[in-house]
Design a protein. Structure first.
Length: 617
């Protein structure tokens, strides 16, 4: 028998065999051959005068691999960022992981032996009436649940509960996984409150909000339309706005509106008459924006109408739009990835397949950074793996931060990543949770743009211009540096709107913004502060230079041809300039001075530049 083994192994086994025979008691030993691991037991027995032994050898390679795999997955559950609990088939808790304790305040000794009813929130028994029939049918249950922690704090969780069956299909246990979505729910509630505030404000200022489908019919109108027109929303739904206009207005506006509709463009400050329920025509100022579905199909227009009968000519009309923002109630699954100390992927869940595009077969055994890290960041990421391999520590371990991740097709997306590590045997492992936050980032950028930018001209809006100008003014006062500001107005702009329509006027305003961008320095701050009124803050600019800049801008506008569908238009501007002095203790002072200079420029024949100092002389 020993001749079949390699010499070194044969010598060790012969020695074990002889020792076992000499002792007369069973002996066991372990060895490895050709990449396989074996467990052997020798049983000695006597047959008359002969000493004999029986050898039982068993291949334990797969058993050891399964045991190591089970230990690894167990560690992953312990390190999971989601709360995990296991109950028996009657609902008695058998196990909770550390994250469950962190979320609920109940540690293992407190939770084990109890039932999930210890987390009963305001939903109470109704929740269990909903979940038990589903689970008893052997199906998974998933939903949002309001729980109550040990300290009495309400927490919203996204809960998934799955039944665990034996080989015969009999119910053994339930496994629950819950993710804390309290912050998400609070944000959702805040959005609803913001929408209600928007409705309240629109009612307070005498507006009503509407939505028209792509055929031109009302599909939504707010209740305050009754105050303005005498009609209820129900009476307007399914009808066209032109059904409520005098014939002489509707025919002209239908042609103009058809161009807007075909071009799917936004419009603002459209003035028309609306015949109320009692037959009285009232003047309306209307603004609207087109909207599309998720597939990019044009769906219609949303807008607002305001009664301007008592002030048909207004300096600035409210442009209202309603964004029906609603966050999806069901949170996305996180990608869960496990790597060893070399960065090799050893676990890749279904969500990772969805997020990154690699199948489990493609990802397993690959280096994590080759899969998801942008090429320019891989070298630095790999350097971090050297420290992790020996200590289990690194810059990203124990942290939750935002990263740029890469999909299989090479596209990139912003992700939110959390990483934790654990030690098993003589190796370090890391578990990473990654969530695609592209939508959140896009929403943040959209909100930032809406908060600071004028939608028509892409210049700073009035509020943000005032903030930036205030900062530069304060800096100039503090360090005794020069600072100037000028306000400009398009001469006779109303004639353009009256002669060609507000769509042409909007094009002229947009072209005016382009001229400002091209003529000013990068450090200058242009903004649209009214209908056809603009302002520019000039840091580090003395009076003489400010006047020169304004005069250069005036000449550029005077010589420019504003290209529009109605033909090339010519126009001029008037500019009022003011510079900081000891008599301007605050920004409001220099604004008033510039406005006074602008008034002087317009009163002196327009198409000119006036400095405040000239008006005082």
């Amino acid at each position: 028998m020993f001749d079949l083994l390699p010499p070194d192994v044969a010598n060790r086994r012969r020695e074990h065999f002889q020792q076992t025979l000499a002792k007369g008691t069973p002996g066991e030993f372990h060895d490895e051959r050709s990449g396989r691991k074996y467990h052997s037991v020798v049983y000695p027995f006597s047959d008359k005068e002969l000493n004999r032994a029986a050898l039982f050898a068993r291949d334990v390679t797969e058993e050891l691999k399964n045991r190591e795999r089970a230990e690894t997955l167990s560690k992953a559950v312990e390190q999971s960022s989601a709360g995990v609990f296991i109950t028996d088939r009657k609902g008695t808790i058998l196990y909770v992981n550390p994250r469950f304790t962190q979320m609920t305040g109940y540690d293992g000794p407190e939770a084990i032996g109890a039932t999930p009813k210890i987390l009963d929130g305001p939903d109470g028994p109704e929740f269990f009436f909903d979940i038990w029939p589903v689970l008893n049918e052997g199906r998974d249950w998933r939903g949002e649940v309001l729980q109550r922690s040990r300290s009495g704090e309400d927490i919203w969780v996204l809960l998934s509960v799955s039944p665990v069956l034996d080989e015969q299909g009999e119910l053994l246990q339930f496994v629950g996984v819950e993710e804390d979505i309290t912050t998400f729910k609070k944000t959702e509630s805040a959005l609803r409150a913001s929408e209600q505030r928007f409705r309240d404000v629109s009612e307070a200022v005498g507006e009503f909000i509407w939505e028209i489908d792509n055929k031109g019919y009302f599909t939504f109108v707010t209740n305050d339309v009754h105050t303005v027109t005498g009609y209820t929303p129900k009476e307007l739904i399914g009808l066209s706005p032109f059904d409520f206009m005098p014939d002489e207005d509707s025919k002209e506006l239908e042609r103009w509106f058809r161009d807007i509709w075909n071009g799917q463009r936004r419009f603002s400050e459209l003035e028309h008459r609306f015949v109320t329920k009692d037959g009285t025509p009232v003047w309306m100022n209307v603004s609207g924006v087109p909207y599309w579905d998720d597939k990019g199909n044009f769906k219609g227009v949303r807008g607002a109408s305001m009664d301007i009968s008592d002030r048909k000519e207004s300096e600035e009309a409210l442009r209202a739009s309603e964004e029906k923002l609603r966050a999806l109630a069901e949170a996305a699954y996180e990608a869960i990835i496990m790597i060893d100390s070399n960065g090799t992927v050893i676990f890749w869940n279904n969500a990772a397949v969805r997020v990154f595009g690699y199948s489990e077969e493609e990802a397993m055994g690959s280096n994590i950074h080759d899969l998801v890290t942008p090429p320019e960041e891989r070298e630095q990421a790999q350097l971090g793996m050297y420290q992790f391999a020996f200590t289990g520590q690194g810059k990203v371990v124990g942290e939750s931060n935002e990263v740029t991740a890469m999909r299989k097709d090479g596209s990139r997306f912003p992700g939110e990543r959390s990483v934790s590590s654990f030690h098993l045997g003589n190796k370090w492992y890391a578990v990473s949770m990654v969530r695609d936050i592209s939508e959140r980032k896009e929403a943040e950028l959209k909100l930032q743009e809406l908060a600071t930018t004028d939608a028509l001209t892409d210049l700073y809006n009035r509020r943000h211009f005032m903030e930036l100008a205030e900062q530069e003014f304060a800096k100039a006062r503090r360090y005794n540096r020069p600072f100037s500001l000028f306000m400009l107005d398009l001469d006779h702009f109303k004639n353009i709107n009256d002669s060609y329509g507000h769509d042409i006027g909007d094009l002229v305003l947009a072209d005016m913004a382009h001229i400002l961008d091209s003529e000013l320095r990068e450090t200058d701050i242009p903004g649209r502060i009214g209908g056809e009124e603009f302002a520019v803050a000039l840091p580090e600019t003395e009076q003489k230079k400010a006047v020169e800049t304004a005069e250069r801008l005036r000449r550029t506008v005077e010589e420019a041809a504003f290209e529009t569908p109605a033909g090339d238009l010519r126009l001029t501007i008037s500019i009022g300039v003011s510079s900081i002095s000891e008599d301007t203790p605050e920004l409001k002072s220099i604004l008033r001075q510039a406005d006074k200079a602008l008034y002087r420029a317009k009163g002196s024949g327009r198409n000119r530049v006036c400095h405040f100092a000239d008006t005082e002389s």
